[in-house]
Design a binder for this molecule. Structure first.
Ligand code: ATP
Length: 637
């Protein structure tokens, strides 16, 4: 590649760049954080690769980042002596976005600049944020280990394409030169740059160097000015934030550190910083974000915890350190015990890692419990009180995955769950709240799962519960049904789906009611037998129920069976779902059902209408919708 080559950006990059240059003015200065963060990552990568191959250090073993500027040329340059980029890497890494879910993300953009800017913030613009302030960026780089003549220059004006060419670059590493737009000239100031670095990058563990400035008197006492010298000085603290004592770290520093490692633009909701001593020694600094990332639902998504060993960065997405259901947690774990050359495979098997994961999981749960406690704390500020609700709205559904995934902590997790209920539209009812206000004689915690809150609330299955004033939890997250399989009781009280099995209200029904129900069932027996016959292809069974008050019929599944809703969901997702044949339950007191006893002519029609209506009421569709319409019309005419 000795001549210049012109290449196009991947479509998604071009889209992202358009957004970056058109919507991200409000917080311009973050470009410096992003570029310094990349420089620091590049040094971390070199240090890691050099564990096996010390020759990569060449003659420059001390890693650093330099920030320099040239007022006359209106350029700002960030240089690192990290791992560098080969020509192929420059084309790939700076011309495409490797993140999974990028296309879906782009599809979510609405064209509304404000909303999109917010989304882009969640997505993370990284290197491309340089184009907020620059109308052209030149990257010069040479990968550690390659000869000087295999350097690369990459230039782009941030529109549709970029140019690359081979250059000779004796120093390993990367320099990113921003050709600043006219309105960004104020970044050409030592004072300004220092203050931004202090704000965003103070905790970076590498030294960030800038040229020292000196006061120079003007000629003939004509007033002087600050001029740059050739001496470089360190402008950050350069000690890893998590290794400093807690008391020396301010809330702002924690917040900025979070933003740097997470690329999130919002503040974290909570953090926890601890040195754990004992059989396994490590430091953990864990954050709970306040907003879900765009790819939260991708269970393959990179985990958010970085692993360090004695301050040396080892790997980014160390999934072995955190269970999948806590994939939203960001932070750093620095182990004193693991070997520096630990591999992913080794991590999976290490007992130290297991101990770290257990300890970190407990720490995150404790953080969540604290947030939940604040919710009810009179003395807490309104902001603090709202935090758990905020967390739950973003991550509650993911947390539920833990019921199936993390047996050891199931009870703690169960206490953290919140639901809407027939008494609360807000997703705010905890199992403990519900249990505390159960009716006299109530023996189970009742719940229903449905696609929407309205469908849950209006389900015929709730009728008898409403009549008796019994609260029912309304669950509408896709994961609920699956997760609830793993939670059969709470604090000794069973959890019972109102749509599964025969309803047994136990002590909530008085003797007279029970007797009346038994009599009705007895009298209805002959009709039941005919109904079963008429619907034998559709219904597993037909029985008389006491759960209905106003509706003629409803569908339930057998105890332990998969709900119709879950089966539908699986099918929609293209997965194998067992054919669920539901049980039709009929309300023997309802006029339409009574008509079955007398209207022999329309019996068959009525039977199918009952079944299909019950299916509609719970969010399903009749197998043959046209036949259903025809039957109803025949009766209406
Ligand atoms: N200073 C640098 N030295 C070496 N490689 C770099 C440097 N800056 C960027 N890169 C490469 O370019 C890639 C893209 O950078 P970019 O900042 O866009 O995304 P990222 O850092 O991977 O993701 P994010 O910033 O969202 O975490 C990086 O993954 C890295 O491989």
């Amino acid at each position: 590649m000795s001549q210049k080559q012109k290449l196009s950006f991947q479509a998604e990059v071009a889209q992202l760049l358009h957004l970056v240059t058109h919507s991200l003015y409000s917080n311009k200065e973050i470009f410096l954080r992003e570029l310094i963060s990349n420089a620091s990552d590049a040094c971390d990568k070199l240090r890691f690769e050099a564990l096996d191959n010390a020759a990569l250090y060449e003659d420059a073993p001390s890693l650093e980042v330099r920030v320099g500027f040239d007022k006359d040329a209106r350029t700002l340059t960030i240089t690192d002596n990290g791992i560098g980029l080969s020509q192929i890497e420059a084309v790939e890494n700076l011309g495409t976005i490797a993140k999974s879910g990028t296309r879906e993300f782009m599809n979510r953009l609405s064209g509304d600049q404000k909303a999109d800017a917010q989304l882009v913030g969640q997505f993370g613009v990284g290197f491309y944020s340089g184009f907020i302030v620059a109308d052209r960026i030149t990257v010069e780089s040479r990968r550690a280990g390659l000869p000087p003549e295999e350097g690369v220059r990459w230039v782009s004006a941030g529109a549709g394409d970029f140019e690359v060419e081979t250059i000779s670059r004796p120093a390993r590493g990367t320099s990113v030169t921003l050709h600043l737009r006219e309105d960004a000239a104020d970044y050409l100031s030592t004072w300004k740059l220092k203050s931004i670095i202090g704000k965003y990058s103070d905790h970076i563990s590498l030294p960030i160097l800038m040229r020292k400035e000196e006061w120079k008197e003007g000629e003939d006492n004509q007033g002087g000015e600050m001029v740059l010298t050739d001496e470089w000085e360190r402008v950050n603290q350069a000690s890893a934030l998590w290794s400093r004592p807690k008391k020396d770290i301010t809330a702002e520093q924690y917040q900025e550190f979070y933003k740097q490692i997470s690329h999130d633009w919002e503040m974290p909701l909570a953090w926890s910083h601890n040195r754990v001593e004992g059989a396994t020694e490590y430091t953990q600094l864990l954050f709970i974000p306040s907003k879900a990332p765009f790819d939260l639902w991708n269970r393959e998504k990179k985990a958010g915890v970085k692993l360090y060993v004695k301050r040396v960065f080892i790997m980014d997405d160390a999934e072995a350190l955190m269970p999948v259901y806590l994939r939203f947690v960001k932070g750093v774990i620095d182990s004193a015990d693991l070997p520096l050359n630990v591999s992913r495979e080794l991590l999976q098997e290490s007992r130290d890692v297991k101990a770290i994961r257990e300890g970190s999981t407990k720490r995150v749960l404790a953080m969540l419990e604290d947030l939940a406690k604040q919710e009810k704390d009179e003395a807490a500020s309104e902001e603090d009180k709202a935090k758990y609700g905020k967390f739950y709205a973003e991550f509650g559904a993911v947390l539920k995955e833990g019921l199936g995934e993390d047996h050891a902590n199931r009870e703690r997790l169960a206490k953290l769950l919140r639901f809407a209920s027939t008494q609360s539209d807000a997703v705010s009812v905890s199992l403990a709240d519900y249990r505390a206000r159960m009716k006299e004689g109530q023996e189970a915690l009742y719940y229903i799962t449905a696609d929407t809150l309205a469908a849950a609330r209006n389900s015929p299955q709730l009728e008898v519960f409403r009549k008796k004033g019994i609260e029912v939890l309304l669950m509408t997250d896709r994961v609920d049904e699956w997760a609830l399989n793993y939670l059969t009781e709470f604090d000794g009280t069973p959890l019972q789906s109102v749509a599964k099995g025969a309803v047994d209200l136990g002590k909530l029904q008085d003797e007279a009611e029970k007797k009346a129900a038994e009599e009705a069932a007895e009298a209805f027996k002959p009709v039941l037998a005919r109904l079963k016959e008429a619907l034998k292809d559709k219904a597993e069974d037909v029985r008389v129920t006491s759960r209905l008050v106003d509706s003629p019929a409803c569908l339930v599944v057998t105890e332990g069976g998969m709900s119709m809703q879950l089966a539908r969901m699986l099918k929609q997702a293209g997965q194998q779902a067992p054919e669920v044949k539901p049980v039709l339950e009929v309300n023997a007191g309802h006029a339409l059902v009574k008509r079955l006893e007398t209207d022999a002519v329309h019996f068959n029609e009525l039977a199918h209408i009952l079944f299909d209506q019950a299916l509609l009421a719970e969010g399903g569709l009749p197998e043959d919708p046209a036949a259903y319409v025809k039957r109803v019309n025949a009766l209406l005419a």
